[in-house]
Design a protein around this ligand. Sequence first.
Ligand SMILES: [Zn+2]
Ligand SMILES: [Zn+2]
Length: 265
Amino acid sequence: MKFFFKPLTYLTIVAFGLFACNSDDSVSDDSVSDDGIDDEEVAVTELHAAFAAFNTDAVTVILSDDGTEVNIETTGFPDHSSIYWEPDNALYIDEPGVTKTTEDTYIGGGQGEAASFTVDATPDLTGATVTTQLNTIGIAVSGASIFNDQEGMGDLDQAAGSLDWAGAHKGPGVYHYHLEPTPITSDDDNLVGILLDGVFIYGRQCSSTGTNPTGLDASGGHTSTTQYTDGVEEYHYHIINEVYTTGNYAYSPAYVLFAGPFQGY
Ligand SMILES: [Zn+2]
Ligand SMILES: [Zn+2]
């Protein structure tokens, strides 16, 4: 398993100095996975074509020299509108149906939104699945974080009223998506982002058929071609085409972005 996630110290021009990196250093770098089988790292010679879809204003993607890992850095700032921008920001929109988590929390408000993590260039799909954490589980093409279907220690329903039109909120940490991020995808086959296991996640449709795929596994995954694989079949996730019903989300229909365990690592 290769897993590395570290919040970076958020730098602002008003900072009086550099703080110690606010890192939990949760680095685990096992060469032997839980099933006792050696993880064979598969090298690639160039970045996956899907990385071309990422917002380059926010996201920097670098292939390691040996071709086995991809380092992804993001500002955490999405390239679309939201009530979570400061009102004087060009991307701010009023969303009357949304109750912000905290009134004075803003994207770019200095809560450590930048992040850096490293994924296997070729996800290891053998061995056991890995449960997602209550934290960033992936990075969307917009530059913002992907979270799972849980909020804090509980159910997403209690926070659904604070989710904006993108199915995201901030409070007070990183701005993050829980639901189908409609600025990125809305019942189409667009790339949504990459999860920390190195597997890409797409919208509710699959480019291989032009329809909502059936027969997906517990993570919304299956193996087929995508618009970025040049005819080659590759394991990937989809947003599962199953309406998320909650009384207090301002927009409908809604779909949970990712609720399954990681199949990769
Ligand atoms: Zn949340
Ligand atoms: Zn597919």
